[in-house]
Ligand binder design. Structure first.
Ligand code: AMP
Length: 252
């Protein structure tokens, strides 16, 4: 039996009472690993560069084996640009290869940056028009319940290619789950960490790290999922938030 453990933390009270989001994380693991991981997640919420959380919620659920879906990990590529403008231009070009309109990307980015504060989840946007398709306000769609199927295999596999760190692992797992849904054509992510100017786009079978996609010191970040225009938002949300996905490193 596996367990899902999820943590969200905020400052100024709980998110639903107006607190500002500090950090969130989750894992899927065995019963024996739960206590140690809970402690690591609390430390993360208390020592984040965005501040010390005063609200921390940890949720743990058991997962039935029959409810688990397996999806392949995306391949990893990296582009280092000389400026934010160049980094963004690379993002547009890569997403266009997946059939996402440049105007749609620009419109969706504008929507993301017009939010009064950072969203906790992602925007779902029409890949042709850039219109927002979810009605979840500042919360957005929260991708949850995903992990490497076998971290002891997956982590060294990516380390050998020079890709390391918990930021990277979590983002790759999330992006692999997201692109595992046939109606999603691509994702654009900008970190909300002011010390971290890295972002990524994912499309086809590739997770493409890009740096820089914002100025250092800028706290504004977020995620946009670009979907086919006839996507059913409820089924999509169910997959992203409720379906347990384990990411494998078989070649695709
Ligand atoms: P991070 O990758 O943690 O720097 O997060 C960057 C942005 O992605 C956040 O500001 C959120 O808007 C969004 N985000 C973070 N975690 C999730 C998630 N699990 N599902 C959807 N969007 C997320």
């Amino acid at each position: 039996m596996l367990y899902s453990i999820r943590m969200r933390s905020a400052k100024g009270g709980a998110h639903e009472n107006g607190g500002h989001h500090i950090s969130g994380a989750e894992r899927i693991l065995s019963k024996e690993e739960l206590a140690q991981t809970a402690s690591e997640l609390v430390t993360r919420a208390l020592t984040h560069s965005k501040g010390c959380a005063d609200f921390i919620r940890i949720t743990i659920d058991a997962i039935e084996d029959d409810d688990i879906v397996y999806k392949p990990a995306l391949d990893v590529a990296i582009t280092k640009a000389d400026s934010v403008a160049e980094g963004l231009e690379a993002a547009y070009r890569l997403l266009e290869t997946s059939g996402i309109n440049r105007e749609a990307i620009q419109k969706a980015l504008f929507t993301l940056r017009s939010q009064p504060e950072n969203m906790r989840g992602a925007l779902i946007c029409n890949a042709e028009t850039g219109e927002r398709m979810d009605d979840l306000g500042l919360r957005g769609v929260r991708v949850s319940r995903m992990a490497f199927a076998d971290p002891a295999d997956a982590i060294p596999h990516f380390e050998k290619q020079g890709h390391t760190g918990v930021h990277f692992e979590e983002a790759l797992v999330l992006a692999s789950k997201v692109l595992g849904y046939p109606d999603i054509l691509g994702e654009f992510c900008v970190s909300d960490d002011p010390d971290y100017a890295v972002g990524y786009v994912s499309y086809g079978h590739t997770y493409h790290r890009l740096t820089p996609v914002k100025e250092l010191g800028d706290q504004r970040g977020g995620r946009i999922f670009f979907v086919k225009p006839d996507t059913d938002p409820d089924s999509l949300r169910h997959y992203l938030e409720e379906t347990t996905v384990l990411v494998t490193i078989e070649t695709i």
